[in-house]
Ligand binder design. Structure first.
Ligand SMILES: *Cc1c(COP(=O)(O)O)cnc(C)c1O
Ligand SMILES: [Zn+2]
Length: 425
């Protein structure tokens, strides 16, 4: 039995907010855009604080994302966390999936459907809301494509705080029910996610919402950092190694950039050795919402917004905030992006389920279908170790495959009927 400690780990290693565009620094506050160039902000760390982190310290930590608290901008003191304690989700070995698609090296599925509200969003929400409470906010909110809504409502319920969650009016029932059940206000908007996000950007400026942290608007820099824990975990679960290739679904593109940031930090602070040849980051979108992949395919770093369609609703952000940074990451690492249409997404969900026992939501179907395409097109090296990210749970998007699967036999409850149906050989 290993002992785990979850004691305060000194103070936050975060040093400032820094503009991703022009590099201007700002104090750590609830600010998400640069006052100089309107570029997005991200967290900058004190390198000396990060360099003090050891493998032993992480390994002795709790069995959730907070084992990496010394690498995060908030949550160093357990008593101050607003959290469902997500993380340390299974890294599933997937030899049958590898064989089915022609990969000859180890393939892993990082299964983030195992989080408390069944998507990777619990990671980002735990970090964002912990930072938000530290900054003095008393009400929690978000603009959501579905999974974020679940997670914010659940975190608020656990913390005993009010929440107000904004969603597009056409979300899957599985996402609406799994948000509404936690109580709090749930506002369906007649419009797309991009309309919802625009409204939230206006609300956040009003006096009435002064007390409210929108996890992906005014505290977005903290939110984005939560995604790093997926990268840390994959490396730790591989025995402190970084895989040669990762395939990641994209909505805003933030998750993809932050997994890469996590790998870079682990190398910089000396927790992991960079693999020979580095790592390649691959991005996955749906054909109904592929502005980032399209820009890359056109050799451009300007992402032209689209009006999203198709069944992968959790990824349906037509104007992705981190799109250009995702292109930069993929290009710099030598990866690629591709997209899958609705039928390919459904087939991807089934293939993953049948070869690994993991039932993914549509975003997971996107990622598996794109993995297949990347192997087929030769963009992904079939001889190199690969990790594919399943970011959400199939039970939330049952309709995607409900028409394609069902009982294989329907018989009377008798031995004879079983024999007649061929079940006895
Ligand atoms: C939000 C979400 C993503 C992608 O998130 P971004 O950081 O916005 O790219 C991927 N998968 C699922 C299931 C999600 O809900
Ligand atoms: Zn700037």
């Amino acid at each position: 039995m290993t002992s785990t400690v979850d004691a305060p780990v000194s103070t936050s290693p975060a040093r400032a907010l820094v503009c991703r565009g022009c590099g201007t620094e700002f104090p750590l506050a609830a600010q998400h855009a640069c006052y100089e160039c309107f570029g997005p902000l991200e967290i900058a760390y004190d390198p000396a604080a990060l360099a003090r982190v050891t493998r032993a310290q992480i390994e002795a930590g709790p069995q959730n994302i907070w084992r990496y608290a010394a690498l995060l901008p908030a949550g160093q003191d357990p008593a101050e966390r607003v959290t469902l304690d997500p993380g340390l989700t299974p890294l599933v070995s997937a030899p049958a999936l590898a064989a089915a698609i022609g990969l000859r090296a180890p393939l892993w599925v990082k299964d983030d459907s195992a989080n408390p509200t069944h998507s990777f969003k619990d990671r980002v929400v735990s970090v964002a809301l912990t930072a938000a409470r530290g900054l003095g906010f008393t009400r929690f909110a978000c603009a959501s494509t579905g999974n974020l809504a679940n997670s914010v409502a659940a975190h608020a319920a656990r913390a005993g705080a009010p929440s107000v969650v904004f969603i597009p009016g056409d979300l899957e029932a599985g996402k609406v029910v799994t948000t509404a059940v936690y109580g709090g206000q749930l506002v369906a908007i007649d419009g797309s996610y991009d309309d919802v996000n625009r409204l939230c950007s206006e609300l956040v400026e009003t006096d009435e919402f002064e007390d409210t942290a929108f996890v992906n608007v005014n505290v977005r820099p903290y939110y984005a950092e939560g995604s790093k824990t997926l990268g840390y975990e994959v490396a730790e679960q591989l025995g402190w190694r970084i895989p040669a290739q990762v395939v990641i679904p994209m909505a805003s593109g933030e998750l993809l950039t932050k997994v890469d940031k996590a790998f870079s930090e682990l190398v910089e602070v000396g927790l992991v050795e960079a693999p020979a040849g580095g790592w390649k980051v691959f991005g996955a979108q749906s054909a109904g919402c592929n502005p980032i992949a399209t820009a890359l395919h056109n050799g451009s770093d300007t992402v032209i917004p689209v009006k999203p369609t198709g069944i992968a609703k959790s990824l349906n952000i037509g104007d992705p905030a981190a799109g250009a940074y995702a292109i930069e990451t993929v290009t710099r690492t030598g990866g690629w992006m591709d997209y899958a249409d609705d039928d390919e997404i459904r087939a991807g969900i089934e293939l993953l389920a049948r070869t690994t026992g993991v039932f993914a939501e549509t975003a997971g179907g996107v990622t598996v279908a794109v993995l297949q395409k990347l192997v087929a097109s030769g963009r992904l090296d079939p001889e190199a170790e690969t990790v594919v990210f399943n970011t959400g749970e199939g039970l939330k998007t049952l309709d995607a495959v409900a028409d394609r699967v069902g009982p294989t036999h329907r018989i009377k409850p008798s031995l004879r009927a079983a024999r007649d149906a061929g079940l006895l050989g």
